[in-house]
Design a protein around this ligand. Sequence first.
Ligand SMILES: [Zn+2]
Length: 84
Amino acid sequence: MEAGDLRRRALEEIRNVRWIPGWGSDRITGMIAHRPDWCISRQRSWGVPITVLLCEACGESYAPPELFEKIAARVEREGRISLV
Ligand SMILES: [Zn+2]
């Protein structure tokens, strides 16, 4: 959560979201503020791949929504894809 100033940025973005119910904001703020790590697969159905590319040179992650859409379109068209 400290890499790339993620914790501070996440806490800032929480304030830009309209939470329904409203207490969700306090709950997620508490979780983000105090946890050492955050598992991005928590909210996903089992087996759904996480479409994030990782730069081997610098370790930076790359996960633009356009990438998700391209991969989803290919899976819809071809049933599955292999990136390896
Ligand atoms: Zn890089």
